[in-house]
Design a protein around this ligand. Structure first.
Ligand code: LLP
Length: 466
């Protein structure tokens, strides 16, 4: 259970237990008090696949895709929903998104390769990034992606000449830094004027970029893009963002004669991490965006552009849970106990990086009220390796399984091999079945790409001091 920070090391006996945190979508509690996901007892998954274990609920991912597509039908023009692959991506998920009819936002040759390997249609792929390499741009042209979202003048020139060499014209959007602050953590804000992403609006660079794109024989200007931040929990930012983008689109149309064919407003819808978090449901976001674009276009006498969005976290975040096994608990009088689990910052850097808070539950003891407030820490050699601070849980023992809710986005993809710990297994569960979609790394995997130079091989390398 999540709790705010506070001092007591133990909950007062006899106090009414706080209400159970809401269960993630697609989860329930069995008669044995075990957490179930997609109809499966998660302790059975742990017994079969081990921990740390990431479990993605396929039906929830699909439902979120459908909710987005459905919600954007509120827009009277054409709308595109592209999944932001960076949130979590692999062959199986690529196949799910292809089946659900989503488009895809990729930011690297690796994400592009994964998409293509899964058979994802290039005509639905949008290529992003603030420093795409010449090779990445060539690959994007090779496969014929739908859009390249051009981030800066360097890329504009690189892409124009690469496309001209091929005698093609690549459809592009221009990423704009609109100078608008999203109300979220500073590390995941991207729209402000000093952001590293996009063409600056205020100084006129975005306008100049459009003029340059319009004049470039290798490029076809399709419109504008902005993404102002992530884990945004209300629609306050939508109105000012749309106004700024439509002002720019109208100026480009008026002064450079280039139509705003598409307006991409990025991703960023927030999800529930802790029990009391607000969320930003697709329907609320879509209505706010559609209303603002329709009104803004009418006011400027602009035809309705294609409206695109790029959700990542809100499609996969709440569909995932992370499971860990408790090992040691360190108890020092006067301090909260440190409950150590077999994962940590290597598979979830978010608490250390963004002070992210999670809902945590004892997966085998869901019916029990909390008994004490603890710090859940990882197994990595860093004091900053905590997973959840000040959480109220039953008194845990070694072998208990902890479930972290809303673990589907930006955990597995940001995982590392720090301390030479293998990355966890990723499962897809659906209606009582479970499939491994990313194998747990093995110890052999950890040395598979290491190379020993000849002078360090065999006897030369050992025993120099003997
Ligand atoms: N489009 C662009 C251009 C983006 O940069 C991002 C996220 C998205 C779409 C998807 O945003 P979402 O709907 O997932 O919020 N690692 C951080 C989040 C970084 C987001 C980066 N860009 C975290 O763990 O919170």
């Amino acid at each position: 259970m999540h709790a705010g920070s506070g001092a007591p090391t133990a909950l007062a006996t006899g106090a009414a237990p706080p209400p159970l945190a809401p269960l993630p979508p697609g989860c329930s509690v069995g008669a044995n008090g075990h957490l179930r996901c997609a109809g499966i007892d998660v302790l059975d998954l742990v017994a079969r696949y081990g921990t740390p274990l990431y479990v993605m609920n396929e039906e929830v991912v699909r439902a979120n895709c459908r909710a987005y597509r459905e919600a954007f039908r509120a827009y009277p023009g054409a709308a595109v929903v592209a999944y932001a692959a960076k949130a979590l991506f692999n062959l199986a998920l690529a196949a799910v998104f292809a089946q659900e009819g989503l488009h895809l936002d990729v930011v690297s040759a690796g994400e592009l390769h994964t998409a293509l390997a899964a058979g994802f249609p290039p005509a639905r792929i949008h290529f992003h990034g603030n420093n795409k390499s010449p090779d990445e741009l060539e690959s994007a042209l090779d496969v014929g992606v739908a859009r390249i979202i051009v981030d800066n003048f360097h890329e504009l020139e690189l892409l124009d000449s690469a496309a001209r060499r091929r005698g093609t014209r690549q459809a592009v959007l221009l990423r704009v830094a609109p100078g608008i602050e999203a109300h979220t953590h500073e590390y995941i804000r991207t729209g402000s004027q000093d952001s590293k992403f996009g063409f600056d609006l205020a100084s006129g660079q975005a306008f100049e970029a459009a003029r340059a794109a319009g004049a470039a024989r290798g490029l076809r200007y399709m419109g504008l893009h902005a993404h102002v931040g992530s884990q945004i929990l209300d629609t306050r930012v939508v109105g000012p963002l749309v106004e700024a983008m439509l002002d720019l689109g109208a100026a480009i149309r008026h002064d450079a004669g280039l139509a705003l064919g598409e307006l991409n407003l990025g991703g960023g819808a927030g999800i529930r991490y802790a029990g009391d978090d607000a969320t930003l449901p697709p329907a609320v976001l879509a209505t706010a965006m559609a209303d603002a674009v329709v009104a803004g276009c009418a006011a400027r006498d602009l035809p309705l552009p294609v409206l695109s969005v790029e959700p990542g976290r809100s499609i996969v975040g709440e569909a995932g849970i992370a499971l860990y096994t408790v090992g040691s608990t360190k108890r020092v009088p006067g301090f909260l106990p440190w409950v150590a689990v077999d994962g940590g910052m290597g598979d979830n850097i978010r608490p250390a990086l963004y002070q992210a808070a999670y809902t945590v539950a004892a997966a085998g003891r869901m019916g029990e009220g909390p008994a004490e407030r603890v710090q859940v820490v990882g197994r990595y050699c860093e004091s900053g390796d905590f997973l959840a601070r000040d959480v109220d849980l039953p008194r845990l023992q070694a072998g208990d399984v902890l479930a972290f809710f809303s673990a589907g986005a930006y955990q597995y993809p940001m995982a590392s091999n720090y301390n030479r710990v293998p990355r966890p297994c990723l499962l897809l569960v659906s209606a009582g079945r479970s499939d491994v979609i990313v194998e747990r790394e093995s110890l052999a995997d950890l040395v598979a790409r290491d190379r020993l130079p000849p002078h360090l091989r065999a006897r030369d390398a050992v025993g120099a001091a003997d």
